[in-house]
Design a protein around this ligand. Structure first.
Ligand code: FES
Length: 197
């Protein structure tokens, strides 16, 4: 009886010990597998959408944010600059943005979801330089017809305040508009649009 009791408890002990080792072994195998399924923090940061608070942007002011390592502009346009857009069509290469890149909700004359806020990738569509923001009307170096816009210093491409390219410059298309959407009246998210939400 006594022997049987000892044998039984030994067997139970060995069974429990073996299961514990098995469970630990499984955990060691499982952890690297699970973590390899997750994008690294660096990859997430590089591609993640970026939220932007637009509540503090003054009319006429442009702010810059980074998305996927690239500059994105958010410009709050004035009423006058929105009115001026309509007068420029005859000087532009693609005024209706048929050949240019933008989310469907921003394929309109102002190239934006809400006319007041213009969101664009701040890279020239010629060879990728960063154009300068030139909001002033008729400055000496850009001529009396200039109503404000963006000027690329590399090879002289010009864009209006909707990022539409002028005729006769090297850039082939309007500035690209990244995917974005409104989270509220004062917050937007860049890198994500309605279609993916
Ligand atoms: S890169 Fe802008 S004009 Fe060439």
């Amino acid at each position: 009886m006594n022997n049987e009791g000892v044998d039984n408890s030994k067997r139970q002990f060995l069974t429990v010990a073996a299961s514990a080792v098995g469970a630990v072994g499984a955990a060691f195998v499982a952890v690297p597998f699970v973590s390899s399924m997750q994008p690294s923090a660096r990859a997430q940061a590089a591609g993640a959408p970026v939220e932007v608070d637009i509540s503090k942007i003054e009319p006429g002011q442009l702010i810059r944010v980074k998305w996927r390592g690239r500059p994105v502009w958010v410009l709050r346009r004035t009423e006058q600059s929105l009115k001026d857009l309509a007068s420029l069509d005859s000087q532009l290469r693609d005024p209706q943005s048929k050949e240019s890149v933008q989310p469907q909700a921003a394929q309109n004359a102002a190239r934006s979801i809400k006319p007041e806020y213009f969101v664009a990738l701040g890279l020239c569509t010629h060879l990728g330089c960063v154009p300068t923001f030139r909001p002033e009307v008729a400055p000496e170096d850009l001529g009396s017809a200039w109503k404000g816009g963006f000027f690329c210093p590399c090879h002289g491409s010009r864009f209006d305040l909707a990022g539409r390219v002028y005729q006769g410059v090297p850039a082939p298309t309007n500035l690209d508009i990244p995917p974005y959407r409104y989270l509220s009246d004062t917050r937007i998210i860049i890198g994500d649009d309605e279609a993916k939400a």
